[in-house]
Design a protein around this ligand. Sequence first.
Ligand code: HEM
Length: 129
Amino acid sequence: MDSIYSKIGPEKLRAIVDSFYDLVFVNEIIGPLFQTDKSLIRDKQYQFLTQFLGGPHLYSASYGHPRMRMRHLPHKIDQVAMEEWLRCMRKAIDTGNNGNDNDTDNANVNANDNNNNNNTTTTTTTTTH
Ligand code: HEM
């Protein structure tokens, strides 16, 4: 079965990550949490999502085991921050999906299903722009 990564492709994934951080870095709630090199943060997320979605293990090749829980522990991330992060990601994915075919729409839904976030009620909103 094709991976979500192979359905999205590297260019589109990069565009989603870029739109996501364009929203995150200016966000009043979560923007201030991001203090280190902004282009490195974009790169790390791109590499992580590439492997998380079934592509080559770019993140682990550069940084070792993802250990996402451990790497997030130093940051003050509460429920509000989590919801804001997800809101930015949904918006970035919706923007990336603009005018594209059903295949990619399915990849979008699967990506939401695949995030293993049982604390969140995943309402996939389809916005028309
Ligand atoms: C729950 C909301 C989240 C918040 C508020 C948040 C916030 C942060 C912050 C503040 C950093 C450190 C940035 C820096 O170096 O200055 C970070 C790193 C990172 N986050 Fe998140 N994050 C969240 C969820 C996620 C999720 C769901 C993923 C994966 C899909 C993710 C992937 C990453 C990655 C790959 C890094 C870089 C880790 C490293 O190598 O240092 N984050 N995040």
